[in-house]
Design a protein around this ligand. Sequence first.
Ligand SMILES: [Ca+2]
Ligand SMILES: [Ca+2]
Ligand SMILES: [Ca+2]
Ligand SMILES: [Ca+2]
Length: 286
Amino acid sequence: MTMPRTFSASDYEIRLSTIQQTVGSLSNTFASNVGTDEKTVYTGPTTITTGNLGPPEGPKEFDIIFRFQRPFYYEPSRGNLLLEQIRGRGNNFIGFDHHTALGSSLLGAVSSSSQSAVGRLNGTVTKLFFRSSLSGDFDLNDVVDVEDIDALMSAIRDASDDLVFDVDTSGTVNRSDLDALVVQTLNTWFGDADLNGEFNSGDLVAVFTASEYEDGVSNNSTWGTGDWNGDGEFDSGDLGVAFQDGGYEKGTRTEAQVVPEPSSVFVLLLSLVGLQCHFRNRQTRV
Ligand SMILES: [Ca+2]
Ligand SMILES: [Ca+2]
Ligand SMILES: [Ca+2]
Ligand SMILES: [Ca+2]
């Protein structure tokens, strides 16, 4: 290739997983290499344009960029990172720069059609860019919102071990992460269905209007329709969790936690001192 090129694929995926194989020890049977924590980080139709700039011997400029739609938690101590590129049948071949000689930077197996097919070993020249995402922004849309809470609750229900959801960095994914997301990250109350920072009648109207309270339909409720304890249902358990959190009609969590003004504390102390004197006086008289 010497000219700018454009490719389109109607069906394209990138998946990541952690594997124990080392450089040069990959099987050329595609499916044998995939790690158990495999996650699709990009999927959908795509159009790629490259200026095809750079030295003839490569590497070319990194101008083919995929912005991941979902984060993948990679912990190097657990193994190597496997990057899979999968295109649907009938899509034109997308000619990325690649190496065919094994080396320190090569760790790839590409199949020509499906995951079970025997492929040929080569490695796409890849550069990974990292950016710090908002804590709790699981769908990488730069805002932590109801969809992120729902994603976390779903992960907890599924007993996921995907540490992307480990909001409180405890090493496990469980209910504590939901508490951390709601209270610390979002700084709001359980029961704040519309995530406006307050738990009030507006939230109750919204969730009861959604008409999922004890509706007998399995696993159909979300944070926005009344599932505040993450079991997929809206029932009395959710009202219990919300009212136990104590935020109903208290304004924002920050407002509710405001400490008394110094002058109020002073008046309070004076009152206590006054009571104590009164008590002593009564004792003296007795
Ligand atoms: Ca988000
Ligand atoms: Ca956790
Ligand atoms: Ca609210
Ligand atoms: Ca529930």
